[in-house]
Design a protein around this ligand. Sequence first.
Ligand code: FER
Length: 285
Amino acid sequence: MKKKFTHGDAGERGTIRQITYTTRNEKGETVEKYANIYLPCRYDPEKRYNIFYLMHGGGGNPDAWLDSSPLKNMLDLSIQRGELEPLLVVTPTYYTEGTGKPGMDGEHDKTVAFQKELAEDLIPAVETAYKTYAETTDPAGLKASRLHRGFGGFSMGAVTTWNAFVYNIGIIGYFMPLSGDCWAIERLGGSSQSEKTARYLHDAAVKSGYKPDEYFIYAATGTEDIAFKQLYGQVNAMLRFPDTFKDASGFAAGNFCYHFEEGAVHAYPDVCQYVYQALPCFFKK
Ligand code: FER
């Protein structure tokens, strides 16, 4: 069992701001969307910060992580106790309108379509408004700063994260898929198509040209989580490709960490614990 976060009075608090940006929906129409951004306590607009994008689960919205888990309190306290370097955390949505139907087939397509929005609209908007290690927010600037940028998510947000690994590894160095598998081969394919799914991710890593010490994955779920079987199957299949996914309990020894928490379920508060445990391992390279 890993160290657990307990809710408490942070005393000094970070703030949540909203950022709006325009993107295109599935019909190609221009739409305005928002994301939340966490600014740590004593945020200094002149300073550069690491940045972590954190996606909600199916049926959620940009507020889901904030009102369904102690995410903000966890960040405030982790930073205050010196367990976590001050950073920016963004909670966006992959929905362009309304919300989806959790677990349905069309959902996967939305998490794929979101990858273009992420690279071309969301990240540039956020990192123009708030200073990160991106000296410019064009593709070259995002690429140069990729080891200061992470992406994670819960459930369908984890499905989104595996797609970010495939499509946006060129601008993101750290990935945190939580309680969700890769649906590239088929829905819930982490268990039904473990071997093919792992090979697909392996091939994407090879094709990216990045070496295993240039991208990092921290995957986690609970043994009582409805996604356990899928993620467990996928992780074990990925471990059979040690040239791209090097088993590690911490990123000093490899690029692939995974954790299966005894008894934890498919819900934001349990999954927030994994963010607490994983985030301090990020941005060390
Ligand atoms: C999984 C990945 C995603 C899973 C469920 C989901 C059952 C999403 C569920 C939802 O949006 O309701 O492995 O396992």
